[in-house]
Design a protein around this ligand. Structure first.
Ligand code: SAH
Length: 330
């Protein structure tokens, strides 16, 4: 707005440009048709629109679309569109690479190059929204921060992007349709809870036993389950939002009855549900998905304790778009 007033133009032009950029997702000043030619030329002279570009798009036989997204500095992240009968979900990245070292995750093999800024995060959502309308004639209904990176290691930008996604000047989406998935950084979970946020939290738990969790997620040594538990209790007390635990069952790692009992115990301190995720192999052969009967045992023992449990089938496997596979081919 200040730009326009200092150039002797009406201040409301600023609002119009904002709408073109963030509501309509236009990337060229020349396409902003309600702005005069003179003003468009002025904008052209002073600004560059550093938008993301879908550099490569792959479509899975199950309808999942994976985008390799090129950022203004040439780095690539991935974002995924997951259509289903009653919803269309965008899975977005928050960092280029990741600084955590979860042994089973493909992204952990790429070192963290940088955080995405809030506009890059928002733009991924806009790009997927466009694809959803184009290919499935539906607008986006849900967003999960389950792409590359650890959202809580890029806290400010993730929260800023969510603010824009949920605001009327942006996409106007309800925060209840957004899930931030974290490997579990206690300090940041508490910080977020204090802000009274209204979106949902998912925690990649994978084991409720410290020795086991540290083996597969080595940062658990620094942030042990006791601290995670305390932070999550704080989260629930503040937000009253049920926590989702993401959990993969692997052979020989967490497939014993004691693992299930530990998970049941971990689910007690705050309302929660368990999402049993199918493992997507990352081609190193170390991890094997747990046997169906073990998964069935998890389900029946959790349900016997009235804990909600869902078994999530993987999507987009043929194009490596499934969780943890985002770095496998690019
Ligand atoms: N860093 C965040 C978000 C990115 S990972 C987090 O840890 O939650 C998104 C989800 O994919 C997490 O639940 C993670 O545990 C899971 N995941 C990682 N590698 C996977 C794999 N190979 N197969 C299935 N799920 C995987």
């Amino acid at each position: 707005m200040t730009f326009f007033t200092t150039h002797s133009c009406e201040a409301f032009r600023g609002k119009q440009v904002y709408e073109w950029l963030w509501k309509k997702g236009v990337h060229r000043f020349e396409d902003m048709t309600n702005i005069s030619k003179h003003n468009r030329e002025l904008l052209e002279e002073f600004f560059i629109i550093n938008h993301i570009q879908v550099h490569n798009m792959q479509r899975s036989s199950d309808g999942t679309i994976k985008n390799a997204v090129r950022l203004h500095d040439g780095l690539i992240v991935e974002s995924v569109l997951i259509p289903s009968a009653n919803r269309t979900t965008a899975c977005v990245s928050s960092q280029v690479g990741c600084s955590l070292d979860c042994k089973f995750c493909a992204t952990s093999r790429l070192k963290r190059m940088r955080n995405l800024n809030s506009d890059e995060i928002y733009d991924q959502v806009m790009a997927i929204n466009k694809q959803s309308r184009l290919y499935y004639d539906q607008k986006l209904t849900n967003i999960v921060f389950m792409g590359m990176g650890e959202p809580l290691m890029n806290y400010n930008n993730v929260l800023k992007a969510i603010k824009k996604i949920t605001s009327d000047e942006g996409l106007g989406m309800s925060p209840k349709r957004i899930v931030v998935s974290t490997s579990g950084i206690p300090k940041m979970i508490k910080k977020m809870a204090k802000k009274n946020v209204k979106f949902n939290l998912a925690v990649s738990l994978h084991s409720a036993i410290d020795e086991v969790r540290s083996q597969i997620m080595p940062f658990n040594e620094t942030f042990p389950l006791k601290d995670l538990r305390e932070a999550l209790q704080f989260w629930y007390n503040k937000t009253k939002r049920r926590i989702t635990y993401e959990y993969i069952v692997w052979e020989g790692i967490n497939d014993k009855t004691k693992d299930i009992l530990a998970l049941i115990d971990f689910c007690k301190f705050a309302p929660s549900k368990v999402n049993l995720i199918e493992y997507n192999p990352i081609e190193d052969g170390t991890f094997q998905q747990g046997k169906p009967q073990v998964i069935a045992q998890y389900v029946s023992m959790l349900e016997a304790k009235n804990i909600t449990v869902t078994v999530r089938r993987s999507r987009g496997k043929d194009i490596d778009a499934a969780c943890g596979q985002l770095a496998n081919k690019s």
